[in-house]
Design a binder for this molecule. Structure first.
Ligand code: NAP
Length: 370
């Protein structure tokens, strides 16, 4: 009996692209793939677009009984969670259910939690005075010690820790997968656009100008959506190929990917300075008549005043204190693990996001509602 896999967030930007790429890649043998959706319409779309590889499944991730029923009944042994980086309730339901599958079938079980680079940044009290590698031996201890200046971010930090601790206590392999500024056209049937690049456009449109929200020139890791997806798949390949043909143990001689306290994977090809990204995206917004002036001119990207932050917050639907959380901050988190453990190599260098910022703006404007 080999692995049965569940992908959550199938209608989302990352999950949809993962499913789309699944159809184009070769993976070691597994038994079945399920894609979690929340409506009949989405289930139909999964069948229509990805019916060759995936079967839709519907249940409420916040309902522990429903999660247990779905995971145990289908003997799901690998869960990719791409739904919520901020709270741990659903993740704990999945981890408990996976432990039950392990007990009843003897299969090795795996839980991948999708976190986010914000949780390894200044917004969450992570160290930013040096490159913070995703392979650092004491990264778990570093996260445990983080005191986030924003309560919501403390909850997200605690979520990573809870996943690792719960999984370890129940014999489940866990992975903390960390997307950063992801960009590029999503390939799924649902959401096609990312989060942070959208915030830059929303705020700039409202103010008719791009503003910096930080002192200095802090940078942030970036990743094309196809590279983010190829790391998800490389990790899965690593999990599947280190399992024995019956899905349990490590009878293949292949080294299993690091997991638990050593299971952090940042998907990133490098860092870009926020200000350079604002200017690059602002250039297309100016060409489309949505911001005034030339955002690339010297000194054109000014620091937002308190009043401007208030207006940016209104455009983003958040208080001015949280604007920087959406489109700024300092993050020195640096990807090593994918390359070292999984031979993952991103295809797009970091400055590709600057070179294609115009296309990203066009994509966002074509897909933004309101
Ligand atoms: N995109 C990025 O740049 C980025 C960066 C860092 C971290 N992340 C994290 O990665 C995860 C996926 O991001 P994304 O960009 O793919 O987001 P997205 O496009 O908004 O997709 C979110 C997915 O989660 C599903 N979902 C939301 N609440 C759910 C619930 N209670 N039960 C079941 N499914 C639920 C959505 O279903 P519906 O379509 O039915 O709403 C959708 O499929 C998120 O946790 C996000 O914070 C993303």
């Amino acid at each position: 009996m080999s692995h049965t896999i569940l992908i959550t967030g199938a209608s989302g930007y990352l999950g949809g692209t993962l499913l789309a790429q699944w159809t184009q890649t070769s993976l070691p043998a597994y038994k079945r793939l399920f894609a979690l959706v929340r409506s009949d319409e989405q289930a139909t779309l999964v069948k229509r677009h990805f019916g060759a590889v995936a079967e839709p499944l519907q249940f409420d991730t916040k309902d522990g009984v429903a999660v247990r029923e779905a995971v145990v009944a289908n003997q799901i042994s690998i869960v990719y969670f791409l739904v919520d980086a901020m709270t741990a309730d659903a993740q704990v339901h999945f981890i408990r259910a996976l432990a039950e599958v392990k007990q009843s079938t003897g299969l090795d079980v795996h839980f991948l939690h999708t976190s986010g680079a914000k949780i390894f940044s200044s917004h969450a009290g992570a160290p930013t005075d040096r490159p913070l590698l995703d392979t650092e031996a004491d990264l778990y201890e570093i996260q445990k010690a983080q005191e986030a200046p924003i309560p919501l971010m403390q909850s997200a930090v605690n979520t990573n820790n809870t996943v690792i601790e719960q999984a370890e206590s129940l014999g489940v392999h866990s992975y903390i997968f960390v997307p950063c500024i992801v960009y590029g056209r999503g390939e799924g049937f649902g959401n096609r656009i990312s989060i942070q690049t959208v915030a830059i456009v929303r705020a700039a449109r409202a103010l008719r100008r791009v503003y910096s929200v930080d002192s200095g020139r802090p940078s942030w890791p970036v990743c094309h959506v196809l590279d983010n997806t190829s790391l998800y798949l490389a990790l899965l390949r690593g999990i599947l190929s280190s399992s024995s043909p019956n899905g349990s143990g490590n009878a293949t001689g292949t080294q299993p990917p690091g997991s638990g306290k050593h299971g952090y994977y940042l998907a990133s090809s490098g860092h870009v300075v926020w200000e350079d990204l604002y200017a690059a995206m602002g250039t297309r917004l100016a060409q489309r008549g949505m911001v005034d002036g030339d955002p690339t001119a010297a000194g054109a990207v000014e620091r937002a005043t308190d009043e401007v932050l208030g207006k940016m917050g209104a455009a983003l639907g958040c208080p001015k204190e949280l604007v920087a959380l959406h489109l700024g901050g300092r993050c020195t988190f640096t990807a090593r693990h994918g390359a070292e453990d999984l031979a993952w190599q991103p295809a797009y260098p970091a400055n590709h996001i600057l070179q294609t910022a115009g296309e990203e703006v066009d994509l966002i404007l074509d897909n933004l509602s309101g």
